[in-house]
Design a protein around this ligand. Structure first.
Ligand code: SGN
Ligand code: CA
Length: 529
């Protein structure tokens, strides 16, 4: 009897420990991963079984958005839970202040062991992490340098695989098993210039992808859209006329030609210098015959555009295949080590990306494909398999949500909100509008400064600085955002309502014309340096 009581006591202690043990968090992020390129979102471009698994066993967010569709600012928003104009990292150029609070610091102070592995794209040594192994700046696909706890070293191999290996090594060998953990597992792929792993170089060779229906958009009524430099299939004149040479798709850097179809040597040769002789050979064996065949075909007009679109999209999707493999390995590790039940796994991207919509690659604009970002989340304890989330969640909400799950009090100055009860379906009330800002201009791709508000149905955007134009879209009738309704008398009331929402949002979050002006001045002075 005595034995039985002791056993009962021990079991209940164990159960209550298990219940109170804060969840582990694996926050997986890739760079520039469009939701259109995740099969769980139903777009049929590629197959991502491992990323899909997170949603199949958990939740898929249909309306995940960023607050500022560009890399480093987006990361700063996620870490701080504050809009760009509050955390100070408004564009890729301004310095990020690591001394400010972030959610990793809070979790670390509350007993979590924390690690940041892969691309972070924020200057300086990451703060809030017991361990960090990060790429300097954008990082390289092949034989990348990593800064491991502040010390730079070059690692031979393919960046996506290395990032996964470092993450698994941390989970297996560096993790203190008696502590809850936070792992930021952040891939560089599928960032430009889309260099795939050797084994995927010929994936999709048997396919021809068709253009999205608005590939040949003429940007009627949308002057800022017309002024961008991010066309997949720009003409030689457009490439030549672009500011600097980083903008539109280019024969070397983007399409991987050593010599372009007009006989000019490209800069791509120099890029291959980083490769080992074996890697270079594997690449050239695949690209040379394809490029020669393309040149021999003398393509023009629409055919040439279709060729460029396919070269771009296939290379882009190839890099994602390695990301998906890595996600599978990490999920397997969690499953096989009894960690799946008490670990929150999130998959997201720093923003969306254009896969030919409006004729573009890249991001930055508040138009849907880059404003929206994939979010998939698994946490068997609280999230039912196959859950779909329709509320407008922003990357601003990650920090408070993670703190909420960890049962740590959420600092009052965070601007995001915890979506814990939204995913568990205990709550359905949520914000009915989101606020957006974009600042990096003039810069590569020439996307003008803008800000705006989106509700479930409408979107109002204001482009400013060297332009002063408004755009209004009805997302129910025009999901591709081809028709600017701002001047349409039939939408006069909607326009007024959206202007009110816009002002309300700016007040709520503390944004203003004065701040916009201040960011312009500090950007210009940075650019002069
Ligand atoms: C690089 C890319 C651009 C990209 C920016 C920002 N050019 O400049 O195409 O928009 O980064 O990307 S490349 O020559 O490096 O390929 S971000 O994800 O870091 O914001
Ligand atoms: Ca990015």
């Amino acid at each position: 009897m005595k034995k039985y009581i002791i056993l009962m006591f021990l079991t209940s202690v164990l159960i209550s420990c298990e219940e109170t043990q804060p969840p582990n968090i694996v926050f997986i992020m890739s760079d520039d991963h469009a939701y259109q390129a995740i099969s769980a979102y139903g777009h049929d471009l590629n197959n991502t079984p491992n990323i899909d698994r997170i949603a199949n066993e958990g939740a898929l967010f249909e309306k995940g958005f960023v607050t500022n569709s560009i890399c480093a600012p987006s990361r700063a928003v996620m870490l701080t839970g504050k809009h760009s104009f509050v955390n100070g990292k408004v564009d890729n150029v301004q310095k990020f202040d690591w001394d400010q609070p972030n959610f990793a610091k809070v979790l670390k102070a509350n007993g979590y062991q924390t690690a940041m592995i892969g691309k972070i794209h924020l200057n300086g040594l990451p703060q809030g992490f017991d361990y960090s192994a990060v790429l300097p700046g954008q990082g390289h696909y092949y034989n990348p340098d990593f800064i491991v706890n502040g010390i730079k070293q070059r690692i031979q191999g393919y960046v996506t695989k290395i990032t996964t290996e470092l993450s698994l090594d941390w989970l297996k060998n560096k993790r203190e098993k008696d502590k809850p953990f936070l792992l930021l597992y952040h891939q560089k792929a599928p960032h430009r210039n889309w260099q795939s792993e050797e084994k995927y170089l010929t994936l999709f060779d048997d396919k021809t992808f068709d253009f999205p229906s608005n590939f040949f958009d003429e940007y009627e009524g949308r002057n800022a859209a017309a002024a961008q430099e991010m066309l997949i299939a720009a003409t030689e004149e457009q490439i030549e006329a672009a500011h600097g040479n980083g903008g539109h798709g280019r024969w070397g850097h983007d399409f991987k030609f050593l010599v372009d179809p007009y006989g000019n040597e490209t800069s791509f040769k120099r890029e291959l210098d980083r490769f080992t002789p074996e890697q270079k050979e594997a690449w050239l064996n695949v690209y040379t015959p394809k490029n020669d065949a393309m040149k021999a075909a003398n393509l023009e007009g629409k055919e040439l555009a279709l060729w460029k679109f396919n070269r771009y999209l296939k290379d882009y999707l190839r890099t994602i295949q390695s990301v998906d493999d890595g996600v599978g390995e990490v999920l397997d590790y969690l499953d096989e080590n009894g960690l799946a039940e008490n670990t929150i796994v999130v998959y997201t991207s720093d923003q969306g990306f254009y896969l030919g919509e409006h004729g573009w690659f890249d991001k930055r604009f508040m138009y849907e494909e880059s404003l929206r970002t994939p979010i998939l989340m698994r946490y068997p304890k609280e999230i039912k398999a196959g859950t779909k989330i329709n509320q407008m969640i922003q990357n601003l909400d990650f920090a408070p949500t993670f703190l909420d799950y960890a049962n740590v009090s959420i600092p009052e100055d965070l601007q995001g909100e915890s979506f814990r009860k939204i995913v568990s379906k205990e709550q359905s009330e949520w914000r009915d509008a989101i606020y957006y800002t974009y600042y990096e201009y003039p810069s590569v791709h020439m996307v003008k400064r803008h800000n705006g508000v989106r509700t479930d149905r409408y979107k109002l955007i204001h482009f400013y600085y060297d332009i002063d134009e408004w755009e209004l879209f009805d997302l129910y009738t025009d999901p591709q955002e081809m028709k600017n309704l701002y001047g349409d008398p039939e939408y006069a009331e909607v326009k007024q309502m959206m202007h009110n929402r816009f002002t309300e949002m700016r007040d709520k979050y503390g944004d203003s014309d004065k701040l916009d002006q201040m960011h312009i001045e500090s950007y210009l002075s940075q650019m002069k340096k």
